[in-house]
Design a protein around this ligand. Structure first.
Ligand SMILES: Nc1ncnc2c1ncn2[C@@H]1O[C@H](COP(=O)(O)OP(=O)(O)O)[C@@H](O)[C@H]1O
Ligand SMILES: [Mg+2]
Length: 295
């Protein structure tokens, strides 16, 4: 890395210690009496400090439910969730959540959107503005700073949202399928932008997806989930070198091994619930077979 960029980063990186989240024996049920449904069952895992943990599991398995518990929007039925050893009592800016549905304010420009958090808290300091500039450039929107969301493509909007979230510099950044709904080309670009942001600004990140390619490309650690009621089925350390490029990983044997390992677990899970007649699982098996036949 060039020296100029290093010193720029040192100046623009605010001094917040990344957090670590421990999920301990968490269960979550909805509904009353005979309609009661357990979505998460005795689930334990750690979101390690300054690492990118990716949770991958079939749709409907309970990932967003776990995300809402981590965010503090809901409380577990049983078990504990700790941030740096202290129980999570409710939503707090130390944990920032980005959903697929998150949206920019349409009446603000890209730049105003990115600065929204610091401004709302009365923290428009030279440091926060410098960090916003850094993020704006990193997500490739320097030339679009004065445009409104309606003037941006879908991918650009997601990049602006990433910058708008990261400028708040949370102890833990939580992203629940943030790139779902984008076309394949745009998604691959998003992965690279997001991976660069992470690699150059190591924070605790928790990223939820149903997409195994996305998971392997991004993760330091991968939590492979089983079907509802969900639990961690396997933890895979994704020991691939960084910075990562998507094109490099396609040919990488280790990446393909990890992918196969995770896919076989997910496939077994999908078959298990397919036999119970789950539509989501059937869709997953179909997508899996389609993808396998392309390779
Ligand atoms: N508030 C709720 N009340 C009842 N059931 C819910 C509620 N939230 C989620 N569920 C159920 O929990 C299951 C898991 O949902 P979700 O966490 O959204 O899965 P994922 O994000 O992995 O696709 C689904 O079957 C869903 O219907
Ligand atoms: Mg979800």
């Amino acid at each position: 890395m060039v020296e100029g960029a290093m010193s720029h980063m040192a100046v623009s990186r605010p001094a917040i210690v990344p957090g670590e989240i421990a999920v301990q024996g968490v269960s979550k049920s909805y509904g009353a009496l005979h309609l009661r449904k357990e979505v998460v069952h005795d689930c334990s895992f750690t979101i390690e400090r300054a690492k990118l943990t990716v949770m991958v599991g079939p749709s409907g398995c309970g990932k967003s439910t776990l995300t809402r518990l981590l965010a503090g929007f809901e409380q577990p039925t049983r078990g504990k969730i700790l941030l740096d050893g202290a129980p999570i009592a409710g939503p707090n800016r130390d944990r920032l959540v980005l959903f697929q549905e998150t949206a920019l304010f349409p009446w603000m420009t890209t730049w105003e959107n990115i600065l929204y958090g610091p401004r709302a808290r009365g923290e428009l300091t030279r440091e926060s503005i410098a960090f916003a500039e850094f993020l704006l450039a990193k997500v490739g929107l320097h030339d679009f700073r004065d445009k409104y969301p309606g003037q941006l493509s879908g991918g650009m909007q997601r990049r602006a949202e990433l910058a708008r979230a990261m400028v708040n510099n949370p102890k833990v950044m939580i992203l629940d399928e943030p790139f779902r709904g984008l076309d394949a080309m745009t998604r691959e670009l998003m992965w690279e932008y997001y991976a660069r942001l992470y690699e150059e600004n190591r924070r605790t990140n928790f990223f939820v997806t149903t997409d195994i390619d996305e998971a392997v490309f991004l993760a330091d650690r991968m939590l492979v989930m089983c079907n509802s009621p969900t639990q961690v089925r396997a933890v895979i350390e994704v020991d691939l070198p960084r910075p990562r490029k998507f094109a490099d990983l396609v040919e990488n044997d280790r990446a393909n091994d990890i992918k196969k390992q995770a896919l076989s677990i997910l496939h077994a899970e999908a078959m298990r619930s397919f036999s119970r007649g789950s539509k989501a699982a059937a869709d997953f098996v179909e997508a899996y077979l389609k993808r396998a036949s392309h390779q």
